[in-house]
Design a protein around this ligand. Structure first.
Ligand SMILES: Nc1ncnc2c1ncn2[C@@H]1O[C@H](COP(=O)(O)OP(=O)(O)OP(=O)(O)O)[C@@H](O)[C@H]1O
Ligand SMILES: [Mg+2]
Length: 485
């Protein structure tokens, strides 16, 4: 497919080459078929990490590769606006001898958990693994075990669990019927009551807002601009979200887990279906227990064959666990400070993660690098890391700084995802169904079977008639089918 490889007046994607950086001797390109070998962008504050992300995202978009970026400081969103050919950009263009450099805006979609600066991002509770939920709720092992049982019961009984209200009801239901479900494991009233108490604490918090319907469909992140074939750059506003460390990191883990669970195996593609850039990546690993880390390492490994690349952004490579770090093949290292013993150690770790260049003192270079300059090493055709180079990252084609909110609003308003995500779906929840069913339950046991059918049908009819959305109808049908099978 030639999608996105057309020369649209830029210079980075000529001859299918994705140029990212340059020095006096070399032009450094990233290989599209090696983007699923993941990557890492590191460096101290203000050294050029975000601009490197932007340059990568722009280049990938030009090459027809969709991108997802978490915008932690609010300075990524301006990728939707054309850059300015000011003195600093002109200087860099001249210095790097970039012929045909042009400023440009990029096709962008905005997402936001709070629904203010983008399409609302939600996830259903039942699409979370108990281990991830327990991370948000800070549960003990035995509480996590009980949560796991409850979610299994919901799955087996076809009970949809969208939000915390549903989860509370499910937990109460499992607690009240623990004899019925004792084959699932050890259900303890105490553990369930503790989870219920914790859920109470989370009412009306960010996490409460995040859980619900309609869930973000990940295929909506793998899209292209119709007129040009450029990959869409999906931006998750994380400026507020990141303040809730737990929710931010859990959302990212959910995203990766969901990709792993739902994307088909595709092996090695000419170019990936999606590349994710996750800023403040060290947050993912804070408080991560060893079994979760093992699982995460496996996901990072296996996601490769799903045609997805993941770039982690953090201050120093030593922020990232060794097993994960070794999976991140494409590397950009910006300047690191080396004043304290800890910083010095970080510089050594960073230097040692590169394949040595005989003409370069890697350690010394790291502390010398200027803004927008980096040690760069990408994976080569043989699947091996290339020798490290000291080079200047290209200037971005889009605007540097914060986005014009009017431009962002206009893009959100024009997006075809508005209808899908920006209206809350008032679906019938487990909570409502369980309480309705309780009321309508026939008293006499022998009448139960006979009446159940007609009552159920009536209830379905009544509810479906008042339901407005297809999602609601689908859910009701599924739910009733499950409850009365
Ligand atoms: N490749 C580049 N081309 C042109 N200017 C650059 C480049 N890299 C960095 N800069 C300049 O340096 C400034 C700081 O870069 P950037 O915001 O990317 O740093 P950062 O490492 O992301 O910082 P922080 O840790 O605070 O997020 C930019 O606003 C821009 O002016
Ligand atoms: Mg930054």
């Amino acid at each position: 497919m030639e999608y996105g490889w057309k020369n649209r007046g830029g210079f980075m994607y000529l001859n299918k080459e994705l140029v990212i950086a340059k020095n006096s001797e070399k032009t450094i390109k990233i290989l599209p078929n090696m983007l699923n070998r993941h990557g890492i962008i590191t460096g101290a504050t203000g050294t050029g990490k975000t601009i490197s992300v932007k340059v990568l995202a722009e280049t990938l978009s030009n090459a027809g590769i969709p991108v997802f970026i978490t915008d932690v400081k609010g300075d990524v969103a301006s990728i939707c606006e054309e850059g300015e050919m000011n003195e600093s950009i002109s200087k860099r263009v001249e210095k790097l001898d970039l012929e045909n450099f042009n400023v440009s805006s990029f096709p962008t979609r905005f997402f936001d958990v709070y629904g203010k600066t983008g399409h609302k991002v939600r996830a259903r509770i039942d699409s979370f693994k108990a281990s991830l939920l327990s991370r948000i709720l800070e549960l003990s092992d035995s509480q996590t075990g009980n949560l796991n049982i409850a979610l299994k019961v919901a799955e087996d009984e076809n009970l949809p669990v969208y939000n915390f209200v549903d989860l509370k009801d499910l937990l109460k239901y499992v607690m009240d019927n623990k004899d019925k479900y004792n084959s699932y494991g050890n259900i303890t009233t105490q553990s369930i009551q503790t989870i219920l108490r914790k859920l109470l604490e989370f009412e009306n918090t960010d996490a409460d807002i995040f859980f619900g319907e309609p869930e973000l469909n990940l295929s909506d992140l793998c899209t292209y601009e119709g007129s040009t074939g450029r990959g869409i750059i999906n931006i998750l506003d994380s400026t507020e979200l990141v303040k809730d460390y737990n929710l931010y990191s859990t959302l990212m883990l959910w995203l990766l887990n969901k990709i792993y669970d739902t994307f088909p195996e595709v092996g090695d593609l000419d170019k990936p279906k999606l590349v994710l850039f996750i800023d403040e990546a060290h947050l993912l690993f804070d408080d991560m227990n060893s079994s979760m880390l093992k699982k995460f390492t496996q996901i990072i490994k296996l996601i490769r064959s799903k045609g997805v690349g993941v770039f982690l952004i953090s201050q120093s490579p030593s922020d990232i666990p060794e097993d994960i770090l070794s999976q991140l093949g494409n590397r950009i290292q910006h300047n690191l400070k080396a004043y304290t013993p800890k910083e010095l150690k970080s510089v050594k770790v960073a230097a040692s993660s590169f394949r040595e260049n005989p003409n370069l003192d890697t350690e010394k270079s790291i502390i010398e690098l200027s803004t927008g300059e980096a040690l760069v090493a990408f994976i080569n055709e043989l699947g091996q890391p290339e020798i490290v180079e000291r080079a200047f990252i290209l200037p971005p084609q889009s605007k540097i700084g914060v986005v014009d909110e009017n431009v962002r609003r206009k893009i959100i308003n024009l997006s075809n995802l508005r209808i899908k995500y920006d209206i809350d779906v008032d679906s019938i929840s487990t909570h409502e169904l369980l309480s309705k069913l309780k009321k309508e339950e026939p008293k006499k046991e022998e009448k139960k079977k006979k009446n159940q059918k007609s009552k159920t049908e009536k209830l379905i009819d009544r509810t479906i008639n008042t339901a407005t959305s297809t999602i609601t109808r689908r859910v009701i049908n599924k739910l009733f089918k499950g409850l009365f099978k």
